[in-house]
Design a protein around this ligand. Structure first.
Ligand SMILES: [Zn+2]
Ligand SMILES: [Zn+2]
Length: 340
């Protein structure tokens, strides 16, 4: 019988709790035990008046702080908005941090290609390239060089980036499967795949990447205009040891988070045999959980909560999507099997 290796840190994490963890005093008894992990909600894509947003960095940080987020990455176009003063004003231990970032905004021929650099130490200039994939790679590498974490933004904005491009690019783990801006074609159409289909195409090639949901918020003052990009539409909830830029971004790059447009999970657990999703249910809503595998095929669909999927071992990958009856979603990160 073939053996399979499971790539997910959650495999080794069996004592996770939602919200505040177990008594930290227990750590002094068993010092080798890692810190209990907690969940932190954040948005990794937002603009201020330092690029094309309508509000000051203070107003943007304040909106997220007051709306239940734990972290925010400010990502102005080709501009590094400083965050020290914002953290002095809005930051609070284990409650809220602002992380420095940049949306490296490049062009291939005349098509915009944008890559976020999270927690970059320095500003990154757009790098250019001879092909779309090469341009993305050069920007990803430049972001890594200044200790940043890259994420690929809105691939379907002006239909700039295809699944084939993203299969070729190396050294990134995160890409947007949902972007809250009104003009970025998340769903695809007219023969073009949506972002979730693109995700399954990349995963089906054997490449493990993680899907994030973001606001790409620009408009904090014009809530009445539908086409604008308002905050509060897409976010991630990350399971990390503490609320720091390093801890949050490390957890994201190992896939220990879920993306959401409104569905909240109580817990998400993976062991060698099963994947279990517990949904925090609104009594006025109904929920369906889909377990999805190679080529986007639905492996199992259930209304049970918690929803449990038993691995066969030959799926290549398994990921879960929670569908809420008003069109809200949550996506957990894929578990990928490799044949040995
Ligand atoms: Zn952009
Ligand atoms: Zn943006």
């Amino acid at each position: 019988m073939q053996k399979f290796t499971l790539f997910l840190c959650s495999l080794v994490i069996s004592f996770l709790t939602f919200g505040s963890g177990p008594d930290l005093a227990a750590q002094t008894v068993e010092p080798q035990k890692p810190l209990p992990l907690k969940w932190y909600k954040g948005n990794t894509h937002a603009h201020t008046i330092n690029s094309d947003g309508d509000s000051t960095p203070d107003e943007v940080a304040r909106w997220y702080r007051e709306n239940g987020y734990n972290f925010l990455v400010l990502t102005d176009h080709n501009f590094l908005t400083k965050v020290d003063g914002l953290n002095a004003l809005h930051g609070a231990d284990e409650k809220f941090i602002v992380i420095q970032g940049e949306e490296v905004s490049d062009l291939f021929e005349k098509t915009p290609i944008h890559i976020n650099g999270l927690n970059v130490e320095k500003k990154v200039e757009p790098q250019g390239g001879k092909t779309t994939a090469e341009l993305i790679q050069r920007n990803v590498d430049a972001i890594r060089e200044v200790k940043g974490v890259p994420h690929i933004n809105h691939p379907n904005f002006q239909w700039a980036i295809t699944a084939d491009d993203l299969k070729k690019v190396q050294n990134y783990k995160l890409f947007e499967i949902y972007n809250g801006h009104g003009l970025v074609n998340n769903l695809g159409g007219g023969g073009k795949p949506g972002l979730e289909e693109i995700w399954d195409m990349i995963l089906s090639s054997g490449k493990l990447v993680y899907g994030i949901a973001v606001d790409d918020a620009h408009d904090f003052k014009h809530f009445e205009e539908q086409k604008l990009s308002r905050p509060g539409k897409g976010w991630v909830v990350v399971r990390a040891a503490k609320l720091s830029a390093d801890s949050i971004l490390e957890a994201m790059e190992r896939g220990d988070f879920y993306a959401s447009t409104g569905v909240e999970l109580i817990d998400y657990q993976v062991n060698s045999k099963t994947m279990t999703i517990s949904v925090k249910q609104d009594p006025l809503s109904k929920y369906t959980v889909r377990f999805i595998g190679k080529d986007g095929n639905i492996l199992k669909e259930t209304f049970e909560n918690p929803a449990v999927y038993e691995f066969r071992g030959d799926e290549l990958y398994v990921r879960a999507k929670v569908l809420e009856s008003n069109g809200k979603f949550a996506w957990t990160q894929p578990v990928m099997f490799s044949k040995k």
